[in-house]
Design a protein around this ligand. Structure first.
Ligand SMILES: [Zn+2]
Length: 517
């Protein structure tokens, strides 16, 4: 219902009309209401655009879900996003910054330049049949979306489309950017995008992630991380006959592990250090000539993570020296902690409150509770209220999207497409990303995102406040890249996995096009 239709009701009694107007204001999510033909303001207009494209947003998310592509292998996903965004009218580059599947889409011209940033990758072994609470992979052992990055990319496309429509309708100057980076799960792409200057002309950004609530926040939100694979090379020999002729590369791996354990006592209590041995030899009677260990080193900020990591590199050098092997280091992931901008968070929060939560059906809540029951967690159903605005608590996970936030004033937006308490990176989080719960969460998310991007495009005051906050937040700690000089992204990451599983996964691909209007 619109304000125009209430005017036709003027012959009804006053009390009734007041009731209708109140109802209209409620339905209007607090934004000024216009008519269907001429909405009163760009935000209201954009929200209507998102609403009428709800099915298209769902289609994009569902198609990406079934591609189920892990980091650096998002070839079908990026191709589909390119086609969809081009149909909407965006200019789309796939493959920037040495990342074959990176999606960088722009529309408009000149300043201000406002970006939406998110990701699209799945996780190894995440394959699951949507809607099935018992474990039932679509393809046994295959990767799949057990975090809902598919929904994030879809929500962002829906928001970008709505912003573009509003910019056209209201002749709003500026440029909108949609950045969908590959391999977030291995913290791989954003440091390269930043290093190659993709964000240097961006005035402000909003990063988004799926969540079990509807929220924004500010301040430091997670941890810095540096990852690297260390490969030791030695010489093979017979373990029983002439082991003295061998140079044991796995000994170097083990010594590096012990060396780091000795270091642990001398690191700040905030550090995290974890590793997996990715090559541990072939069989006991062959002295291994190759050994490899992959480390993630974290701390509460970039400089501290770098300090810890440099010590780890020295330990690797020592291990090579002790064993007579050679050592090669390949950077494998880097991230600054995400820094949420308070001024932008306040603007986002107003939009979250205006848009409000999805109206969940009884069936959706019942399903959520069944899923929670199967996990033995609190049967809390689905979030029914947006989370209050507050400073984020700094958790110890990492997201390479953090690198953007130290270069551009950035807000964060979490949208309610997941079930309360269900943890990502577990196959149960792969049950819902194509269900109506995810679809509806993406619609409210896209509405709040579009409204907030329009705030940034149309309000010089907001942009100035965001910049002032950014300067304040970064005055004592300046960004530097955590990538070693000359680092190249590992483009073959997950390649073998996809060569193995893609043929079987292909059978589940949806041949559906999203036609935004
Ligand atoms: Zn994620």
């Amino acid at each position: 219902m619109t304000l125009a239709s209430t005017i036709d009701l003027k012959f009804y009694n006053k009390k009734f009309l007041v009731g209708v107007v109140v109802l209209v204001i409620n339905l209007g999510f607090g934004f000024p209401a216009g008519t269907n033909e001429s909405p009163a303001d760009p935000k209201r207009f954009a929200i209507d655009v998102v609403e009428r494209n709800a099915d298209q947003i769902a289609t994009v998310g569902d198609v990406l879900y079934y591609f189920g592509e892990p980091g650096m292998q998002e070839y079908e996903s990026s191709k589909y996003l390119k086609e969809t965004l081009e149909q909407i009218g965006f200019k789309v580059e796939v493959g920037g910054a040495g990342l074959p599947t990176n999606v960088w889409a722009t529309w408009g011209s000149g300043k201000p330049v406002i970006a939406i940033a998110t990701e699209m990758d799945s996780l190894p072994e995440g394959s699951q049949t949507p809607g099935s609470i018992p474990r039932k992979p679509l393809v046994e052992g295959a990767p799949g979306h057990m975090e809902g990055h598919n929904v994030m990319a879809a929500m962002s496309v829906g928001a970008a489309h709505a912003v573009k429509k509003a910019m056209e309708q209201f002749k709003i100057p500026g440029t909108i950017v949609l950045s969908i980076g590959p391999a977030e799960e291995q913290l791989m792409s954003r440091p390269y995008l930043v290093r190659d200057g993709y964000f240097k002309d961006v005035d402000a950004a909003i990063i988004t992630h799926i969540a079990d609530n509807f929220a924004t926040g500010y301040g430091l939100q997670n941890y810095a991380l540096i990852g690297a694979k260390f490969t030791f090379k030695g010489r093979t020999a017979h373990g029983g006959v002439n082991p003295w002729d061998g140079k044991d590369a796995v000994d170097a791996v083990v010594l590096m592990d012990i060396g780091f354990d000795k270091l642990r006592e001398h690191l700040r209590p905030s550090y995290r250090g974890h590793r997996t041995i990715t090559n541990g030899g072939v069989q006991p009677n062959i002295i291994p000539d190759v050994g490899q260990i992959w480390w993630f080193i974290r701390d509460a900020n970039g400089p501290w993570a770098k300090e810890n990591f440099d010590k780890l590199v020295n330990i690797a050098r020592g291990a090579a020296l002790m064993t007579g092997t050679t050592m090669e280091m390949e950077p494998f992931g880097a991230a600054w902690p995400s820094l949420g901008n308070k001024a932008i968070a306040e603007a986002i929060n107003k939009n979250i409150e205006s848009v409000g939560m999805p109206k969940w059906t009884e069936d959706e809540i019942k399903f959520a509770k069944e899923l929670q029951k199967s996990l033995g967690i609190k049967e809390a159903g689905l979030a029914i209220q947006p989370a209050p605005l507050r400073a984020g608590t700094q958790n110890t996970s990492s997201n390479d999207i953090g690198d953007i936030t130290w270069n551009v004033p950035t807000g964060t937006l979490r949208f309610p497409s997941a079930v309360l308490g269900v943890q990502a990176h577990h196959w149960t989080a792969g049950i819902t990303p194509t269900l109506s719960i995810a679809h509806k969460g993406a619609v409210v998310g896209a509405k709040a995102m579009a409204a907030s991007i329009l705030d940034l495009l149309t309000s010089p005051e907001l942009r100035a406040a965001a910049k002032k906050q950014f300067d304040e937040d970064t005055k004592d700690m300046k960004y530097f890249s955590l990538l070693p000089p000359g680092a190249k992204p590992p483009v073959d990451l997950n390649k073998e996995m996809m060569e193995k599983y893609r043929p079987a996964m292909r059978k589940f691909y949806l041949s559906k096009k999203a036609e935004f209007k």
